[in-house]
Design a binder for this molecule. Structure first.
Ligand code: NAD
Length: 485
């Protein structure tokens, strides 16, 4: 059993309970970890709260040095961390290498940004006065992380939170806690005890305590909209600061001028990276009606050539899904679409060459419409449902016909289509031509039911800082505007 990390100590769950972590490529158990309890959550909260009293006053430049040191340690353990993350999450090694590179550089980005930022001076009403805005850490930040990018989505919270002077309790997904625990061992070990804690445990077993406790003023959550709603309800009693990064149903629009051949590769990448388990995966594709047939048949041929296999195999293009429940949801969406008249041009099944592993073939569907779950609900799997549109007005209307608003992609070299797309589509990130590429300075997050937060960029740091205005009058004489009137 790999213990969890609370207050600089490696500990088991208070009741000794554990759960298993599986390799999705083989369905074998890799390791077991503590199934933390409410009591363990309370210990983590107490440790993080005690550590905050010192950590908040550590000079920003010293905190920045510690973040840089963490980045250096990731570099030193890079291959080992990538391998462990691949074992538990399943996507191919190159995708995990990219995730780890981003993780490392996010630490560097926030180390530099935070050491230069404490607030601002604002104009005062009177000459004797001085007004300024202080940016202060909240205290203990609960960082609740999903399974699909266990390193990246953790560090997008933890790096700005620590840089800003908060202490953190990381709650990794029960599917992917191992690389995070290893980080605590070899990357975060130079932080004072209690500043970084890793609390493992299934969902609400530890989550509800973290979310409700008065000493956790901010909850940074990335995950499903359903769990986000649950957390919002629990946190409402204490009016907590909620930082929510939730689900999506991202559209990909090929504008009338888009080249079909290059669009095939762009759409396949956007829909199939990490077996479609990306919050900003392309989940719906809209193509000019007259090009639909040619595009659909070209992308169906293309995805049939992709190599499915274990993430650790260097020849793998697409790995398994992370857990059986996620594959089951994909199967349900595909079956429902088929029952309503959708046609499958590729995939639509578990690959017959594997008798173990939670694999699902890249699946291309046509004859789809917005009555189907596959066009409305988050599928979170390797599916490419394609629909035709008559004109660009309709393409934009269809792109916006969703309760989500995380990302949206358009391929075009016509500035008029691009401008309409980035102005009229309601999504937190718009990609023109190059889907799913993030940018350290570019805030990432959702509109509508995709959440209320931004990670990365200055906004990502701001998320972990509370605003205080100070009004200071150097003249303490009686004011003419005091009583009596
Ligand atoms: P999930 O909602 O099932 O779990 C996310 C995390 O919440 C896990 O650590 C889980 O253990 C924890 N959790 C579950 N119940 C909880 C509770 N009652 N209290 C506190 N924590 C609880 O999501 P998932 O299946 O791990 O991830 C997939 C989802 O995440 C998809 O919906 C995807 O769109 C979303 N996601 C969003 C973004 C984004 O930036 N918007 C990024 C990645 C993933």
């Amino acid at each position: 059993m790999k213990p969890m990390y609370i207050n600089g100590q490696w500990v088991a769950a208070s009741d000794g309970a554990t759960f298993d972590v599986y390799n999705p490529a083989t369905e074998e158990v890799i390791e077991s970890v503590p199934n933390g309890t409410a009591e363990d959550a309370l210990k983590a909260i107490a440790a993080a709260k005690a550590a905050f009293d010192e950590w908040r006053w550590v000079p920003a430049v010293e905190r920045a040095d510690m973040l840089h040191e963490a980045a250096n340690k990731i570099r030193a353990h890079f291959d080992e961390l990538v391998r462990l993350n691949t074992l538990e999450e399943g996507k191919p090694i190159p995708e995990h290498e990219e995730e780890m590179e981003w993780t490392l550089n996010t630490l560097r980005y926030y180390a530099e940004l935070a050491r230069n930022y404490r607030g601002r001076v604002v104009p005062s009403a009177e000459r004797s006065q001085f007004n300024f805005v202080l940016k202060e850490p909240y205290g203990v930040a609960a960082c609740i992380v999903p399974y699909n990018y266990p390193m990246l989505l953790m560090i997008w919270k933890v790096a700005p939170a620590l840089a800003a002077g908060n202490t953190v309790i990381i709650k990794p997904s029960s599917h992917t806690p191992l690389a995070t625990l290893r980080l605590a061992e070899v990357v975060f070990d130079h932080f004072p005890p209690g500043v970084v804690n890793v609390l493992t445990g299934r969902g609400s077993r530890v989550g509800d305590t973290l979310v409700q406790h008065p000493d956790v003023p901010i909850i940074a959550f990335t995950g499903s909209t359903a769990v986000g709603q649950h957390i919002s309800r629990l946190a409402a009693d204490r009016i907590k600061r909620l930082h929510l990064e939730l689900g999506g149903k991202d559209p990909f629009v090929l504008a009338p001028d888009a080249d079909i051949e290059t669009a095939v590769e762009a759409v396949a990448y956007a829909a199939l990276i990490n077996a479609g388990q990306v919050c900003t995966s392309t989940e719906r594709v809209y193509v000019p009606a007259e090009k639909l047939k040619a595009f659909a048949s070209a992308i169906a041929d293309y995805v049939k050539g992709l190599r499915i296999g274990p993430g650790l195999e260097p020849t793998t293009d697409m790995g398994p899904m992370a857990a059986p429940g996620y594959r089951q949801k994909v199967e349900e969406h595909v079956a429902e679409a088929q029952a309503k008249g959708a046609k499958i041009l590729a995939g639509g099944r578990r690959p017959p060459q594997f008798d173990r592993g939670w694999y699902y073939e890249p699946t291309v569907l046509v004859n789809v419409d917005h009555s189907m779950k596959i066009m409305r609900e988050e599928t979170f799997g390797p599916c490419i449902p394609i629909m035709g549109y008559r004109d660009f007005d309709e393409a934009i209307r269809l792109a916006n016909d969703t309760e989500y608003g995380l990302g949206a992609v358009c391929r075009t070299n016509d500035a008029r289509f691009a401008k309409r797309f980035f102005e009229e589509v309601r999504a937190g990130t718009i990609w023109i031509n190059d889907p799913l590429t993030d940018c350290y300075g570019g805030p990432f997050g959702g509109m509508k039911m995709s959440g209320n937060a931004r990670e990365l960029g200055e906004e990502g740091l701001e998320s972990f800082l509370e605003t205080k205005h100070v009004h200071w009058d150097f003249d303490d004489s009686v004011k003419p505007y005091w009583y009596p009137y």
